[in-house]
Design a protein around this ligand. Structure first.
Ligand code: ACO
Ligand code: OAA
Length: 396
């Protein structure tokens, strides 16, 4: 049977239909994260996201995602202590980062430095539970240190060493801002990390699972996922949202901006989602966190623009099921925490490592290499001819 075309749906030789972007195609079974996109519900391992973000910590949620159950008090203490012990990165990694161009994007720096960890720890002993545990600990511990290090290295400064007396998120803010954070700021960041930790088969997690399915090491799995998260249609949108709000400039321009974007078929950043037909439940919580920070530390004038844009979009994009996603309010939160704009996506990555590693473990538990098919649309049966006898398609 040859390939056939029926309207937009096309079939490969086995008759399986082609769905652009794999929309609605299940490519794995997973017990990690459940999304109800019509109701706006999200749960990790059966726990609603609102409960986790209100009561859990990022490290506890990481443990839950990766090992399936909430840790006992002793298990959590051990995990926190191990992560704290492995926060430092080798001087070799720091020296390598000093050779990165200062103008490079921090996501590219992170992808390279995450991959470089494989040079130190890549035994590929992925059947050994101790190796798996250590790899999880190292990645969760070192990624924030590497993100903070690049921020200072690109300014020609030496990175700040982690402080053992500070908890995970407080220590990250300390390494980044060079001062001990207010406890509210540290807790808000920790809650943001919980909210971003996992989201089923988004593009970067799919990328992580594909890479994992070759049985390569976890550092390569994370590096490939970081590269995927960086794109503006995925995690990179959080950076673009603030640029968009600044371009709009004031609340009364939000409607015109939207009309123009829709007329010219330009995507409105921070809106839309493959899974949700309502406002992303994480955006609801992030908006609340932004308001908590504004009440304490002063408002951000772009917040009024964001609210006006959301209100204007409700009538223009809402009927198509397009609402704010997780990237819409996160930048306003991060900015209030003193995080530079081009570190918004690396902060997302610090958190999403938990989800990527949970999927890495799950993939290895029932592995089959990902190798989908394609529908070939190219030329057939051509004959090679010497270059001096060729005529180019432009006639040159
Ligand atoms: C952490 C995250 O990754 S969250 C997502 C972050 N990305 C963004 O915020 C970028 C803006 N949003 C988008 O590009 C998309 O909504 C995505 C990438 C998130 C989802 O994409 P898909 O599920 O493939 O939807 P797709 O791009 O096919 O859009 C479907 C329709 O909705 C429209 N649409 C989707 N998102 C938007 C948007 N943000 N602004 C305007 N229109 C939109 C499309 O133009 C399309 O309309 P059409 O049917 O008339 O052609
Ligand atoms: O699920 C998606 O496609 C994108 C997303 O919201 C995420 O990765 O958090």
């Amino acid at each position: 049977m040859g390939q056939e075309q029926v309207g937009e749906i096309r079939h490969d030789r086995s008759g399986i239909s082609f769905r652009p972007g794999l929309e609605g195609v299940p490519v794995t079974q997973s017990a990690i994260c459940d999304i109800d996109g019509m109701q706006g519900r999200l749960a990790y391992r059966g726990y609603p996201i609102a409960e986790l973000s209100a009561h859990s910590s990022f490290l506890e949620t990481t443990y839950l995602l990766i090992w399936g159950d909430l840790p006992s008090p002793q298990q959590l203490r051990d995990f926190e202590a191990e992560v704290q012990m492995h926060r430092r990165v080798s001087f070799r990694v720091r020296d390598m980062m000093k050779c990165f161009p200062a103008s490079g994007h921090p996501m590219d720096a992170l992808q390279s430095s995450a991959a470089s960890l494989g040079l130190f720890y890549s035994r590929r002993a992925i059947d050994d539970p101790k190796y798996v545990y250590n790899a999880v600990v190292r990645l969760i511990a070192k990624i924030p240190t590497m993100v903070a290090a690049f921020k200072l290295i690109r300014k020609g400064q030496d990175p700040i060493q982690p402080r053992d007396d500070l908890a995970y998120s407080a220590n990250f803010l300390y390494m980044l801002t060079e001062r001990e954070p207010d406890p509210l700021a540290a807790r808000v960041l920790d809650r943001c990390l919980i909210l971003h930790a996992e989201h089923s088969l988004n593009a970067s997690t799919f990328s992580a699972r594909v890479t994992a399915s070759t049985l390569t090491d976890p550092y390569a799995v994370v590096a490939s996922a970081v590269g995927t998260l960086a794109g503006p249609l995925h995690g990179g949108a959080n950076e673009d949202v603030l640029a968009m709000l600044e371009e709009i400039g004031s609340p009364e321009h939000a409607g015109d901006y939207l009309d123009e974007a829709i007329a010219s078929k330009r995507k409105v950043m921070g809106f839309g989602h493959r899974e949700y037909r309502v406002k992303d439940p994480r955006a609801v919580i992030l908006q609340g966190l932004a308001e908590e920070l504004f009440a304490r530390f002063g408002t951000d004038e772009m917040y009024d623009v964001a609210k006006a844009l959301e209100a204007a979009a409700a009538t223009r994009l809402g009927p198509k099921g397009i609402y704010p996603n997780v990237d819409f309010y996160s930048g306003l939160v991060y900015r209030k925490l003193g995080i530079p704009r081009d570190l918004f996506t690396p902060v997302f990555a610090i958190s999403r490592v938990a989800g990527w590693l949970a999927h890495w473990r799950e993939q290895l538990g029932a592995n089959r290499i990902f190798r989908p098919s394609q529908i070939y649309t190219g030329a057939q049966n051509r004959t090679w001819i010497p270059s001096d006898e060729r005529v180019s398609s432009t006639g040159a």
